[in-house]
Design a protein around this ligand. Structure first.
Ligand code: SAM
Length: 251
């Protein structure tokens, strides 16, 4: 049957594409790509000559209508992003939802994803984590989002670009405290891959010591609020309550 294939592509290292991804990309009628010029470099390298069309956040609705027509006509379609797994801080949700609603198959060809790669090397608890993607660009909104996450006990995963990395780490340190452990993973799978993990205040200083530390693409993994801290603050609240009750003479 006509299928929409959601195909992961590498996040930097071209060797990180699966044999299955290459086969599917060769056999579908059309590849929908975020930026066709960018993805042409990958397909050329892999000897794939399937026609491509663009699908990005500004034309996703219109493209969805066109791609549905092709699926209705029995053609299979692949969706790829500039890097990594489509729909993960990337377009595709509108398309996938519509294609499923129309009753067509949607199947995954999994592979690289920067968030998962980072959590697997960060050295912070990986049993439960929350993917937050990109923080808001505006300072007030960004700080408000971080403040709302301060009590979260699961590890937190963020995407960030080189433009804002230092501001974001400074804001995190403000919101979560100087000691909270933050893993900074940059340029994963690429030549200058680097992952470090330290307290927020220390990481602010580390970023300032070398321009190279602020270059490239970043995933930040932040340790969750310690359960122990929460427990003590709850005990503190309990003691306070007892004291207040004694003052008012209630038993
Ligand atoms: N869909 C992609 C995925 O599966 O990871 C993410 C796309 S999002 C538009 C791009 C962001 O992902 C970058 O700004 C960066 O935060 C992160 N990223 C992508 N490649 C990376 C890499 N090689 N190393 C570190 N972070 C990366």
């Amino acid at each position: 049957p006509a299928t929409l294939w959601i195909v992961a592509t590498p996040i930097g290292n071209l060797e990180d594409i699966s044999a299955r991804a290459v086969r599917i990309l060769k056999t579908v009628a059309v590849i929908a790509a975020e930026d066709t010029r960018h993805s042409a470099r990958l397909t050329q390298h892999l000897g794939i000559d399937t026609p491509m069309l663009s699908l990005h956040e500004h034309n996703e609705q219109a493209r969805t209508t066109q791609l549905l027509e092709r699926l209705d006509a029995g053609e299979s379609v692949a969706l790829i992003s500039d890097a990594g797994t489509p729909l993960i801080s990337d377009p595709g949700f509108v398309l996938v939802r519509a294609v499923r609603q129309a009753g067509h198959e949607v199947q995954t060809v999994p592979g690289a994803c920067a968030a998962i790669a980072a959590i697997s090397v960060a050295g912070l608890p990986s049993d439960r984590f929350v993917f937050e993607g990109f923080l808001p660009a505006r300072t007030t909104a960004r700080r408000a989002r971080l403040a709302a996450l301060a009590e979260e006990t699961r590890s937190l995963v963020f995407y960030e670009s080189s433009h804002r990395i230092d501001k974001t780490v400074a804001d995190m340190t403000q919101a979560f405290g100087a000691e909270r452990q933050i893993a900074l993973c940059r340029e994963l799978t690429k030549l200058h891959e680097q992952s470090v993990c330290m307290g927020g205040a220390e990481l602010v200083a580390w970023l300032a010591t070398d321009d190279n530390h602020r270059r490239g693409e970043f995933v930040l993994v932040v340790a969750g609020a310690a359960a122990v801290e929460r427990a003590t603050s709850e005990i503190g609240l309990d003691a306070l309550l007892r004291e207040l009750l004694q003052i008012t003479g209630t038993k």
